[in-house]
Write a protein that binds this ligand. Structure first.
Ligand SMILES: Nc1ncnc2c1ncn2[C@@H]1O[C@H](COP(=O)(O)OP(=O)(O)O)[C@@H](O)[C@H]1O
Ligand SMILES: [Mg+2]
Length: 264
């Protein structure tokens, strides 16, 4: 299927998925491109993420990782190509409609309200979900706080949380808002003290493995990726350079070359 308009175009061999491990696509990108003022930021990205899969996105700074998330979540509109969620074409859909379909994202910079408590954040996210008519999917505040291991901090102000706990709170808000189909996590370890990274990794791993969440996550730290990702997608100069198992990506000469001169 090379028409760029149909989901399921990814090749089962070259994209690192074995036929036996294939699940139906949750997310399919075909020829996805984004230009600003005549310069191409993303060009021709083809990517398929299966149900329950964890795909890490790596690449040097400025490679287009955040821009890719902006297109998938609807913050920016694609210049060309298509985005499918569960087979439905959402390329031109508004962000709130994509959220209603179960796409949730976190941002590179931590985004919590300093003067609100942990519990208030989760309640707010639940109210937003209710407004989106996603009540059936929205989980209760106590439940999501337990799932991200923040129950004991439910009365704390966000301002008083460590960076790691702020990241957990953002995950709790995603869960409370009914983001059931696809979690887009943009550098969730950014700013988190190294001692707090293992627990945050463990929370994300549990959401993925125990709850079967489909995750696309930008992350630079290979030691984090290796314990989480089924596959690794490498972006470079706005294109998808390679996508394969973590072990094969680590051994890929093209990937190593892309990083020469670029600080991870
Ligand atoms: N709104 C925008 N307008 C113009 N250029 C942008 C915009 N957003 C991102 N870019 C450019 O696109 C490139 C990719 O950025 P980004 O997606 O943030 O990369 P990454 O997340 O991989 O570090 C960078 O050169 C950046 O300056
Ligand atoms: Mg980025």
């Amino acid at each position: 299927m090379a028409d760029g308009l149909t989901p399921g175009a990814a090749d089962p061999v070259s994209d690192g998925r074995t036929p036996a491990a294939r699940t139906p696509d949750v997310l399919t990108l075909t020829g996805l491109s984004w230009s600003v003022g005549g310069s191409a930021i993303l060009s021709g990205v083809d990517l398929a993420v299966g149900e329950g899969e964890f795909v890490a996105v790596i690449g040097p700074n400025g490679a287009g990782k955040t821009s890719l998330f902006n297109l998938i979540s609807g913050l920016n509109r694609a210049s060309a190509g298509r985005i499918f969620l569960d087979g439905a074409d959402i390329t031109t859909e508004a962000p709130h409609k994509r959220a209603r379909r179960g796409i949730g994202r976190t941002f590179q910079a931590s985004s919590v309200f300093p003067t609100m408590t942990v519990a208030e954040h989760v309640a707010l996210a639940g109210q937003v979900a209710a407004k989106r008519h996603a009540l059936s999917r929205a989980a209760t505040g106590a439940d999501v706080l337990e799932r991200v291991r923040l129950t004991e901090k439910s009365g704390a102000l966000a301002a008083d949380l460590s960076h790691g706990d702020k990241r957990k709170l953002e995950l709790a808000m995603l869960l409370a808002s009914g983001a059931e189909r696809l979690l887009l996590l943009d550098e969730p370890m950014a700013g988190v003290a190294s001692g707090d990274v293992p627990e945050l990794v463990d929370v994300i791993r549990t959401l993925h493995r125990a709850e079967g969440r489909t995750v696309l996550m930008v992350e630079h730290h290979m030691e984090v990726l290796l314990g989480l990702a089924d596959r690794v997608a490498v972006m470079h100069h706005g294109a998808l350079l390679a996508i394969d198992t973590p072990a094969r990506i680590m051994a890929d000469a093209r990937v190593q070359e892309a990083y020469v001169g670029d600080a991870l």
